[in-house]
Design a protein around this ligand. Structure first.
Ligand code: NDP
Ligand code: MG
Length: 406
């Protein structure tokens, strides 16, 4: 019998929450997957440990000083992994012809350039970094199509939707526009589920006093700090709305957000015959990661089987756009177009960082984003990576000024 080819993987953001979950899945399938390159920003201790275990061909520290440290430590231990740094290092391990699959799990706008490069290189791209798509939606999807890349959604909601779509929807098919496929397959709406985050039941006064420690304590998911705060403001759901809009080529008015506190249904698709298809499972990112790695096959993800008797009850409610204005701002940003999504994303990153440093309060996050959107010129061109990065810098400058004058 022919042995399947071993997939060579570059894991961007290996030291993060998605990075850890990805390595946990890969470790169960050494006959299918090999780690070619691992990357991090400054966390030398973690990447050193990972290099000891995985012995990848390359390790990239985005930060140069950290790269030098890692290189010295690996030499002392006689580990042959070559250490690279900066954007050049990231691009090298993404574009390397030996690599079949790139897992894009860097957090924030910092992940855009490498994720886009993976699409341009025609790789199988496992996209966790939703900010990349929020910033560069059209350019990213065009790049995927033009280079015949395979774009697999890792975000649990988008992965769930992908699983509920008809087989005729392939995320890399260059000739089929989803709008045609949608009409043919009778798809009516996408329902994005949201846990509601740790502050789902908080009053406006309680939200005002919410602390970083409370915000990063998510009821169902164990994630990095930035996305945990985004979940608390519902910005995460807003970014996912924009992500779904681009990934599935769906009219924004046909995408609904449904608050579902149990996080057991990961999202749904409704069809014109009244059918609603849902994907269920325990809230564990190893499921969408394993699906995205193995599709169209299925592999064990190490996830506990779902016990519906333990879950017992599934609840649903409408999101409250008054208490959680970030979600409203995301709907608006899509409708505004231009560089509004880039500005929103950049302002959010700056505001979340300031909140985590206790420079601003929880409810200031939405206020700062709205003020940045008001001040910025949203008509700027977003047709190229350079223009997108320019808009990102412009927005960060505005938000930082607003914070200084707070
Ligand atoms: P973490 O904060 O846990 O990890 C982020 C990773 O990115 C780390 O490896 C970090 O390295 C690296 N990194 C940070 N800044 C830079 C930079 N400037 N240049 C290069 N690398 C950098 O994040 P998560 O794993 O939680 O999230 C990663 C992405 O996946 C985000 O876009 C998030 O929205 C998305 N996602 C996450 C989910 C989750 O469950 N966690 C679910 C769905 C989507 P270092 O350790 O050195 O700082
Ligand atoms: Mg998600």
């Amino acid at each position: 019998m022919m042995q399947p080819e071993i997939m060579q993987i570059t894991l961007l953001g290996a030291t993060g929450s998605i990075g850890r979950s990805t390595l946990d899945v890969i470790t169960r399938h050494a006959n299918r997957y090999q780690v070619y390159a691992l990357t991090a920003n400054t966390n030398v201790d973690s990447l050193e440990k990972l290099c000891e275990v995985w012995k990848p061909r390359y390790a990239v520290m985005f930060d140069q000083l950290s790269a030098a440290q890692l290189s010295n430590r690996l030499k002392t231990k006689n580990i042959k992994t070559r250490v690279l740094s900066g954007e050049t290092g990231l691009l090298q391990v993404v574009e390397d012809t030996a690599v079949n699959c790139v897992v894009a799990a860097i957090v924030g706008a910092a992940g855009l350039v490498s994720a886009l490069a993976a699409a341009k290189a025609g790789k199988r791209v496992l996209l966790a970094n939703k900010e990349a798509l929020v910033m560069s939606g059209k350019l990213f999807m065009d790049t995927v199509r033009e280079n015949d890349a395979l774009l697999m959604p890792v975000d649990s909601e988008h992965n769930a939707i992908f699983q509920c779509l008809p087989d005729s929807f392939t995320p890399h098919h260059s000739s089929v526009k989803m709008t045609n496929t949608q009409a043919k397959s009778g798809i009516e709406r996408l329902l994005l589920t949201a846990s509601g985050g740790p502050f789902r039941t908080f009053s406006t006064d309680q939200l005002h006093d919410a602390t970083p420690a409370q915000a990063i304590n998510h009821p169902n998911w164990d994630m990095g700090k930035k996305i945990s705060v985004d979940s608390a403001t519902l910005m995460n759901k807003g970014l996912e709305l924009i992500e779904a809009y681009w990934l599935f080529d769906m009219d924004i008015d046909n995408i609904d957000v449904v608050v579902h506190p149990q996080s057991v249904i990961h999202s749904m698709v409704t069809y014109c015959d009244g059918s609603v298809l849902a994907q269920l499972g325990n809230p564990d990112m190893r499921t969408p990661i394993a699906h995205a790695l193995a599709w169209p096959q299925r592999i064990d993800a190490g996830v506990e089987p779902l016990s519906l008797f333990d879950v017992a009850k599934l609840e649903f409610e409408k999101p409250d756009l008054e208490r959680f204005p970030c979600l409203r701002l995301c709907y608006q940003a899509i409708k505004t177009g231009g560089c509004a999504s880039i500005v929103l994303n950049a302002a959010n990153e700056v505001a979340v960082a300031a909140f985590l440093e206790e420079k601003i309060g929880f409810t200031d996050i939405a206020t700062l984003i709205e003020k940045t959107l008001d001040k910025a010129d949203l008509s700027q061109d977003t047709g190229s990576l350079e223009k997108i990065l320019e808009a990102d810098v412009m927005a960060r400058t505005i938000t930082n000024e607003l914070i200084t004058n707070y």
